[in-house]
Ligand binder design. Structure first.
Ligand SMILES: [Zn+2]
Length: 919
């Protein structure tokens, strides 16, 4: 190890002998701290010459000077305000840096980006930004201009820290890296500064970071050990799933990332994570997403093997690639944003330091075995500290930055080629475009899809005349396209997002197991109609670029006294009762015909509507007709319920998405925790309890965490100002307990509605709240996070208001597979009183929606094996219990702001809480 280090120093000294760079003094106090904090071992090294000293600067402050400690100090994690303050101090002092705001979080903390390059580059930053933008969109450039850009432009390499809040090392590391890149006069850092423009975002999930610093502090002060206070909340809505939002950009964090990407068009986006030992640099196992250019897959490998080679030569154990994740779902926020926009999206997983701590490494053989793809595996028995984590990440980043700088032209040529190939693909092969008809059942939802594509940086056009498209192949049929329809041309550089979001995914069963979702086809999930254009003439049709977001406004026509609004089976229809102020919505209980138009059950009837009511209908994009004719159908008033949205202290990941959806749709709720159910009257003031998916066995759902040792508070205090914002407790361990179960059951029996999704549906089944419903254990089924075909069964149930009687796609992930035992008809034959039979029947759990009964017809998009175990099983069940109901969704109706097509079933169940019985 020693000889390698000496050889490097000699080389640097030789290159720069006699220049000022060779004489740059080191910051000796800081360097001494780095040495103290870095574990030593007889055999292995946990640092490199790139980071073991820190150069001194007379102008730019070190993190030690601003924060009072060196990154990697045990027990020291930095708050966002302090990190941002440090970056501002660097930007104020160094002409080689410039600081930008990347936007605010949900809770008002700022995401930043510090740009670092040599002084001349920073002075001409706008020129370099513009040049890169031209390479990213080379339409109309001459060959000479492209050649000039490749010669002169500089790649941007964006490093982002801590999107995952319990992965704590990267913000600390990035402060030191920013300083080093700004002041270091070594040949290595000078080469990076002159050839690469580095952007550093020290913290991506800024709200969760502050919460993590508090949780770590709390755990230390209570002597609970590292991780002793679980990070129940990260951002406002999402925890770990903040990194599953790259496709739909629902969260502020993702919107900020996307906007920053579109402004800077970085060639590489490098996301810093922590989990597996010691440094996993991403390539994945495959299968890779179909839309990723083969070039980017090569680039992942080129960069990964460069880091592996350089760090392994320097004696660092456990630097490896290939395994860990697949590369299929394009939902990992920063990776998706990069890889779907012709950039390189990559990540590290470095080994955790459990907050800011040290521990002795004790790993299972699966982590330390020497394998074909891991010839330099992690090792056991060594001491690992937060400084080890920082040294690994920082050394790796410096190697990658240098490599991209040294091969600047190659990376720029690839960047250009990926953009050109994307454009050419759309010019030369079908599909040439997608048409999104303006006039369709869910037009407002279609407009949302259009606006998502625009947010992703894709151009959307609007046709200015009617025309017909050939279907392609031997098919002689044609498809009508109307003026006003939206067109997404695929002969544009940013079309990969559109391609993958509207494609059918086919995940092969024999491929490595999926890391996350296998299918996400968004038009299917959102019940939006799109047309794949196989006719190349579409690219020549008259159309105009859409310059602002699409907006579908509804209409109210006619002159009568009753406003008739058809329920379209979408969330906009379902939420109408909440949008009417003091006005009441009546709903038709059966189909009826008025003014020669037939309306289904569930149609809204609004008597003598005010201007505000008409406006509510129109702003939701709905169609209303004022009718003066008598409407004789049976109707009833909708009484908007008092809703409790219940979370568990085990996790808030999944309820967070439902909370987000309710906030977006404008459904008011009271946010309660399952612990509150221990009070018998806790649910007296509610009509509906929504209990979203919580992972784990039913015993955990009931009992919470093990009641061992002292209480674990999640509470705001002077020392922990960022905890407790959304909810707080003196002890996160207890669940609802048996008292809570009793409260829940009594709530339903007295007429309340309990709505469960996913795994939470197991609770009322296992606890015997309902008798003729069970969960089937599957052995062959593989339905990991995909889209499957479902069929309405109880078409008279208000839960299905607005839905067509045919089948439609829903999101489902493996379990629970519910079964309702068939009705026992022998009772009728045995001469039992028909009234008794009817009463029994009324009390039975009923299938509302089932999975398609034919296994071969189940799969819409994603993976499926063992489909016969799913075919015909219950997807949504309504179980009457006492005077109330339990509505159990085995599917996930409000999945990650993706599954809008099934939103209305959940909202219908809530809106019609007191009329869920049906004939
Ligand atoms: Zn992570």
């Amino acid at each position: 190890m020693k000889s390698i280090k000496l050889g490097y120093v000699a080389a640097v000294a030789g290159l720069f002998a006699g220049t000022s760079s060779a004489q740059q003094p080191i910051d000796s106090a800081y360097t001494a701290r780095i040495k103290e904090l870095t574990p030593t071992d007889k055999r292995w090294k946990f640092t490199t010459e790139l980071v073991e000293t820190l150069p001194a600067s007379s102008t730019v402050p070190t993190p030690l000077k601003i924060l009072g400690y060196v990154p990697g100090t045990i027990g020291k994690l930095s708050y966002v305000a302090d990190i941002n303050r440090y970056f501002k101090a660097v930007a104020d002092a160094s002409p080689r840096t410039k600081l930008f705001s990347f936007g605010m979080s949900d809770e008002g903390r700022e995401m930043i980006g510090l740009v670092i390059a040599d002084e001349a580059t920073i002075q001409n930053l706008e020129k370099y930004r513009t040049e890169l933008a031209k390479i990213a969109d080379p339409r109309g450039l001459s060959a000479a201009e492209k050649a000039r850009l490749i010669r002169e432009a500089k790649p941007i390499y964006w490093l982002s820290g801590s999107i995952h809040s319990n992965e704590t090392g990267s913000p600390e590391m990035l402060m030191e890296l920013a300083y080093r890149l700004a002041v270091d006069e070594s040949e290595h850092s000078r080469a990076i500064r002159s050839n690469v423009i580095t952007i550093i975002t020290p913290v991506t999930e800024v709200d969760g970071r502050d919460r993590m610093v508090d949780a770590d502090k709390q755990a230390r002060s209570l002597k609970l050990g590292p991780g002793g206070v679980p990070l129940v909340y990260w951002g406002k809505y999402t925890a770990h799933d903040n990194n599953r939002d790259g496709m739909v950009l629902s969260q502020k964090l993702s919107q900020n990332v996307m906007a920053a990407f579109l402004k800077w068009k970085p060639v590489v986006v490098h996301d810093l994570h922590e989990s597996v030992p010691f440094l996993y640099t991403s390539t994945g196992t495959g299968p890779y997403n179909d839309e990723y250019d083969p070039i980017v897959v090569d680039e992942w490998h080129i960069l990964a093997y460069q880091e592996i080679n350089e760090l392994t030569r320097r004696g660092l154990p456990g630097v490896w690639t290939h395994g860990f994740y697949d590369g299929w779902a394009p939902n990992y926020t920063l990776l998706a944003v990069a890889n779907l926009h012709n950039s390189i999206g990559r990540f590290y997983e470095t080994y955790t330091s459990r907050g800011a701590d040290c521990h002795t490494v004790r790993l299972p053989a699966t982590s330390t075995d020497r394998r074909w793809d891991r010839p330099n595996p992690p090792v056991n028995g060594v001491k690992w500290c937060i400084r080890s984590n920082i040294n690994y990440q920082q050394s790796g980043a410096l190697i990658a930055l240098r490599y991209v700088g040294d091969h600047r032209e190659t990376f720029l040529k690839n960047y250009l080629a990926k953009a050109e190939r994307m454009i050419e693909r759309g010019q030369r092969s079908a599909p040439f475009a997608f048409v999104i008809p303006r006039n369709q059942k869910h037009a407002a939802e279609a407009a949302d899809l259009v606006n998502l594509f625009r947010a992703q940086g894709s151009e959307v056009h609007v046709t200015t005349s009617d025309f017909r498209l050939k279907s392609g192949g031997k098919d002689t049929a044609t498809t009508a396209v109307s003026a006003g329809d939206w067109i997404v041309r695929l002969d544009q550089p940013y079309s990969a997002t559109v391609r993958t979001l509207l494609a059918i995914q086919k995940y092969k069963v024999e491929d490595p197991p999926p890391y996350d979702d296998t299918g996400w086809t968004l038009d299917a999930l959102r019940h939006v109609e799109t047309i794949k254009a196989a006719d190349s003439t579409i690219l020549t049709k008259p159309m105009q670029l859409l310059a602002t977001d699409a907006n579908v406004r509804g209409t109210v026509t006619g002159n009568g006294g009753t406003l008739v609004v058809k329920h379209l089976g979408d969330w906009r229809s379902a939420v109408l009762p909440w949008k009417l102020g003091n006005a009441r919505a009546n709903v038709a209980q059966a189909a009826f015909t008025v003014d020669k138009v037939t309306y289904p059950a569930g149609t809204f009837l609004l008597e003598n509507p005010s201007a505000a009511t008409k406006e509510a209908v129109q702003s939701l994009g709905l169609t209303g007709v004022m009718s003066g004719s008598p409407i004789t159908v049976a109707k009833r008033a909708i009484t908007v319920p008092r809703v409790a949205l219940m979370h568990s202290w085990l996790e808030t990941q999944n309820e967070g998405w439902i909370r987000y959806a309710f906030d977006q749709m404008g459904i008011p709720y009271t946010y309660i925790s399952d612990q509150q159910l221990r009070r018998p009257n806790a649910l007296d003031r509610f009509d509906v309890v929504v209990y979203p998916h919580v992972s784990g066995p039913v015993a955990s759902l009931v009992n919470g965490r093990p009641m061992i040792g002292p209480a674990i508070p999640w509470k705001k205090s002077a020392a922990t100002p960022h905890l407790g914002k959304w909810d707080e407790t003196d002890d996160v361990r207890p669940g609802m307990g048996f008292d809570g179960l009793s409260t829940l059951r009594k709530f339903v029996e007295r007429g309340g509605v309990l709505l469960t999704t996913g795994n939470s549906s197991n609770l009322p089944i296992a606890m015997g709240f309902t008798s003729n419903l069970s969960v089937t254990t599957t052995t062959a089924l593989n339905a990991r996070g995909g889209i499957y075909r479902a069929q309405p069964v109880a078409t008279a149930s208000p839960i299905l208001y607005g839905y067509d009687a045919g089948s439609f796609p829903i999101y489902f992930n493996q379990s629970p597979v519910m079964s309702v035992t068939p009705r026992d008809t022998t009772a009728e034959n045995l001469g039992i009183d028909p009234a008794i039979v009817a009463a029994r029947e009324a009390a039975r759990a009923k299938v509302i929606l089932r999975f398609h009964p034919t296994a071969d017809s189940l799969l819409v998009s994603g993976i499926l094996a063992g489909g016969s175990e799913l075919a015909g099983r219950a997807a949504v069940v309504d179980a009457p219990v006492g005077k109330g109901h339990i509505v159990l969704f085995g599917i996930r109706p409000l999945w990650r702001w993706q599954s809008q097509g099934s939103f209305a079933m959940a909202i219908n169940a809530i809106a019609n809480w007191n009329h869920l019985n049906f004939q």
